[in-house]
Design a protein around this ligand. Structure first.
Ligand code: FAD
Length: 351
């Protein structure tokens, strides 16, 4: 089958690679591959730590995608040697003060009620796992099943894998999907899908994010992903094998695409509260990305008409959900029953 995929972010690339691996002839269209939300993302694969109250329909999708992630990593590795930054060291979630500790305990109960594995650890045990944690932390849990990739590496690896698998990468921006003449079209251009399908209710939810470098004398500063609550504000620190440390992320809907001073200040202050030696890192970069948000925080993933499949609106979980998007996107294109119930993701539900 000839298939056009609009958008080469993590969703378009992982879907295109899966389709090419299944023997289809695939073209991906994007004037700036991997430059959207995927470029700014932290890359946590966190079906447990990322749960948000009252988002139950998302949980099975997140869990399934986490289960399928090793397959997506293996698929990329079948076609490229480029690194992905995939690490399975796990996640520690820590609380700064007593109110944060209560928040952490409530969240742990909620996660446990939904069958998620969260191990309560003493602050002493947390500090023996991660000696750089502040002695002032007030509570901790360990989530062995929450992993990470480095999205900038992973999207480059996917791009290289796509090319090796025979996917054509066309630098054309698509303004009207009806002009494409493929047998099947996958609309996977993140927030850009609004312009192609105006009834998709997508909005940009900005996040400031920082890249630091750990100095030689402190490396490795951390091995787990460390998430925390500081005066109820969430912050995360993601250690990478290239000695960088990603610190994120704020959440704002003010329409301002540049990283904001207040956000950068808050992230640094909260990260230093949890891991004081962050103060000694090199400051490499502050950027802001726009998460493709939907009214119910669920993606738009489904068939639109005989020729068109939509796969966007992955909000704060698109890196994690890329394994699900790739597998189910390919199944939808081939008109097979998806591996998981996608009725909550109907692209026409907000029409
Ligand atoms: C600060 C921040 C932190 C995040 N952290 C995490 C995290 O830790 N874990 C997680 O799972 N998720 C995270 N996310 C969410 C995740 O980044 C997104 O859900 C995901 O990247 C969406 O991928 P996408 O491919 O749909 O969109 P994008 O990455 O935005 O890609 C869309 C692509 O489409 C192209 N495009 C747009 N319009 C057109 C057009 N008309 N024609 C052709 N091409 C077009 C663009 O150039 C772009 O390359 C984070 C997001 C942000 C902003």
């Amino acid at each position: 089958m000839n298939i056009d995929v609009v958008g080469a972010g993590i969703i378009g690339l992982s879907t295109a690679l899966t389709l090419a691996d299944r023997g289809h002839s695939v073209t991906v269209h994007d004037p700036a591959p991997a430059s959207g939300a995927s470029h700014h993302a932290g890359g946590m694969l966190a079906p447990t730590a990322e749960v948000v109250y009252k988002q139950e329909p998302l949980f099975p999708l997140m869990r399934a995608s986490a289960e399928w992630y090793p397959e997506l990593i293996a698929l990329a590795a079948k076609y490229t040697d480029l690194p992905t930054g995939y690490r399975t060291d796990g996640t520690l979630v820590v609380a700064r003060d007593t109110a944060d500790k209560t928040h952490l305990a409530e969240l742990r109960d909620y996660q446990a009620q939904h069958g998620m594995e969260v191990e309560k650890v003493t602050t002493r045990a947390a500090r023996s796992l991660e000696p750089a944690l502040s002695p002032a932390i007030n509570g901790a849990v360990r989530i062995a099943g929450d992993h990470q990739v480095q999205p900038r590496l992973f999207t480059q690896a996917l791009l290289s894998a796509c090319r090796a698998a025979g996917v054509r990468v066309d630098p054309q921006r698509i303004d009207d999907a009806r002009t494409l003449d493929a047998d099947q079209v996958v609309i996977a251009n993140g927030l850009g899908a609004r312009a192609l399908l105006p009834y998709l209710d997508l909005r940009p939810v900005y996040g400031d994010v920082l890249q630091l470098r750990v100095p030689d004398h402190q490396y490795p500063l951390l091995t787990h992903v460390v998430r925390g609550f500081v005066e109820d504000r969430p912050v995360y620190l993601i250690p990478r094998e290239d000695r960088t440390l990603t610190v994120g992320a704020t959440t704002r809907e003010d329409g301002r695409a540049a990283p904001q001073v207040q956000g950068v200040h808050q992230l640094l202050r909260d990260a230093i509260e949890l891991v004081p030696a962050v103060e000694e890192c090199d400051f490499l970069e502050a950027t802001a990305g726009a998460r493709p948000g939907t009214p119910d925080d669920l993606p738009y993933l489904g068939r639109l008409d005989e020729r068109t499949v939509v796969s966007t609106g992955y909000f704060r979980h698109g890196i994690l959900l890329s394994a699900l998007a790739a597998r189910c996107g390919a199944e939808l294109v081939e008109k097979h029953k998806p591996s998981i119930d996608l009725s909550a993701c109907d692209p026409r539900r907000h029409e």
